[in-house]
Design a protein around this ligand. Sequence first.
Ligand SMILES: *Cc1c(COP(=O)(O)O)cnc(C)c1O
Length: 445
Amino acid sequence: MELSTTENEVHDANALNWARRVLDDCSSPRLMQQEVLNAVTRNETWRGQQCLNLLAPEAPTSPIVRRLLSSEVGIRAAEGHIGRQQRWFVGTKYIDEIESLCVELLKRVFRTNYADHRLVASMIGNMTVYTALTQPGDNIMTISQPFGGHSSNRHDGPAGVRGLRIYDVPMDPVELEVDMVQFAELARKIKPKLTTLGASMTLFPFPIKEMADVVSEWGGRIYFDGAHQLGLIGGGQFQDPLSEGACVMTGSAGKTFSGPQSGIIVWNDPDLNKPLTDAIFPTLAATHQVNRVAALAAAAAEFLAFGKDYMAQIVANAQTLGHALHRRGMTVLCAHKGFTRTHQVIVDVRSLGGGYTVANRLAEANIITNKNLIPGDEPENWDFPGGLRLGSTEVTRLGMKETEMEFIADLIASVLINKESTETVRSRVTDLRASFQTLQYCFVE
Ligand SMILES: *Cc1c(COP(=O)(O)O)cnc(C)c1O
């Protein structure tokens, strides 16, 4: 059968052509499978052993968490709520144990009355909240992309799919915080049913209490999308949105929380229990990957033991990295206020060729970051934005501390400021990584 590139393919045509050629050259499906394994190994060697991974949404999971992801329970079906009667299928008595342990561990980590373990992604968490707490046509306020807002809360994500009218939370472009005066004025006009805080580019806490006071005038609510900050919140290194007035919080289990990539949702109000869990099952989750639930439970237990120290070091490392890049002549956002209170550092790289060029050049030196929209960019600048985002989660879990952050800043400056060849810098990066191969802040099997 002759296969050709289909019209309107969204993927890079060269990438798919490469795969077709590779598969064409295989004399059997067995060899095709081997090509998959080879690509995984290539990635593991490069990203897993030789790179400085500074991607803010990534975190390395512990060996026990990784082992559980391939456990037998991952082939079992367990739709429904926990319990014999609550399930559609029988044979779930041990699955009920795993899931109950997960739920109760999550409640302990986040100090909440309720938690759910069935979100296969934090995106599904956003959809859960919009399904449960809004109706099509409702007004909501969320943060726009150039200020770090995520598509899940915008027109092109779950909020848009729900048919909501989306208005921007006014942000101060210098402080990178909510402009409370403008917010109060605009919100009193729009009367949003839900106001979503939390962002993908996130440096400082939000005035949740003040905002909750405003929206409570018309019975509005605050929803905290803590995708990025979830671990920092659990570890007590960031504001605690639920105790400050947010009614529900979602987050990515695989970002700072450092569990298996998926979602977590927590809340305290018993009246939200039914709407939120109805939205999860049967609306948005069916088979919800019990191997992932087991891994999540194991990650939560690790978090209880190590989360506080781990998260504190993540923030300390990000602050040191911000200072160090600033001292080496880079335009790091919010230098006037200590650069960051999270795992992230944001650099304005417009004068260095923009985020796309800079991130790709650093990747040639095995330094993995991402291009990012920053204030001044339009949402349409998505492909070629002015910023670069760095995150300290992975290097911290590998045991790096302030000294290494200075060294990383040297490596980045070598590429971007001193214009050293990426080959030279790459070998220095690989040398540094070679002595940091063991994960910290986890139990040893
Ligand atoms: C990453 C992110 C999400 C989506 O999380 P996934 O776990 O990747 O589904 C949602 N909201 C924000 C603010 C994010 O940064």
